[in-house]
Design a protein around this ligand. Sequence first.
Ligand code: AMP
Ligand code: MG
Length: 414
Amino acid sequence: MQTDFQTVDQARQSILAQLVAISGTRTVAIRDALDQVLAFDVLSPINVPAQDNSAMDGYAFNSTCLQSGAITALKLVGTAYAGKVFTGQCGAGECVRIMTGAVMPAHCDTVLVQENATVNGVTISFPPGAVKAGDNRRQAGEDLTAGKTALPAGKVLRPADLGLLASLGVAEIAVRRKLRVAFFSTGDELRSLGQTLDEGCVYDSNRYTLFGMLTRLRFIELLDMGVVQDSPEALEQAMLQAIEQADVILTSGGVSVGEADYTKDVMEKLGSVNFWKIAMRPGRPMAFGQVHNKANGNSAFLFGLPGNPVAVMVTFYAFVRDALFKLTNAKALPVPMVSAKLAQSVRKRPGRTEYQRARLVMENGVLTAHLTGAQGSGILRSMSESDGLLVLEHAQGDLEAGDTVQALPFEGLI
Ligand code: AMP
Ligand code: MG
């Protein structure tokens, strides 16, 4: 047990280095594989497309018929439809009307788009330069080649990946089993929804923001364990129950100075957990490690997040999210940082990473960041009104209006 001072990067590296991914897979219909983690490489069993075919509606012919510097005239001998192959002969000086996706007729290697054709009865003509040899032909296997890796293990499957699996004829796929995450709030002052708010008490909001953030990661199975009172016995009992049921335990509250003492005692008893003071704002106190049930050898990774509602969210995005990907054996998706221009000056103390909440608005074609009022770590409204977090790096000092900053937007396209 130790209390460490860490930069955000050190804490992140240290966490990632200690994680051991879960094992276990399950086979699901590809619709149910959305946002799940692919368990194995998928090799393409077929060429996609299976045959050369046309990329456009037009006329297919052999490129040796092209006249250089003169009009090319071809005789129309038939039609090729998508799904209906042209089985006749298309010889020298001849062409076949062809639809997008139709298999290229034998001996044809080029498609003239129909807009460039002059049609006169069965004579199709076009000027020099209207088409080059090989134009508008999709090659067999150009999308996916038989035997090659179509999707790598660890990929979090997105809409395009479901379509890609379907294009291979794959109906079911092996994905990682869900990562089980138990979470609870600690604090005698916390009341659950439906309870009376006694004097000096607050509603437990962290469990709801945690629920929301975890639910967005659809490879996770949630276990909401409610509020746990500030006592060593209650905390130990909740931990032991969570170890039995989950791979990861997220707690909020109880890790700040003064409170950490009894939390530390319980953690010391149950495992190896470090209490960090991280050079960041918000989110300074945090605990991370592993806890065990010595009676049966079961264990779980533990993130002891701070209690303040904004700090919970910031530490989740700074540390927990990537860790959950790694624990599920997923290739970490790059966090989508964007550059934005500050609409106002911002005070920033060097020597810690600061996460300030901002609205991100397009103004005259430039993404512009406006702070969302008071930035206290208990003010959840600043989070609710924002479109993302400004990430002000460790060494950064005060900033002026017009300066460029990095921002972490909340919304992603896919
Ligand atoms: P702690 O880290 O336990 O000292 O809590 C820091 C602050 O966050 C205190 O003002 C707590 O009342 C508040 N807090 C802790 N947990 C929660 C929670 N689950 N929901 C809302 N506020 C909380
Ligand atoms: Mg507390």
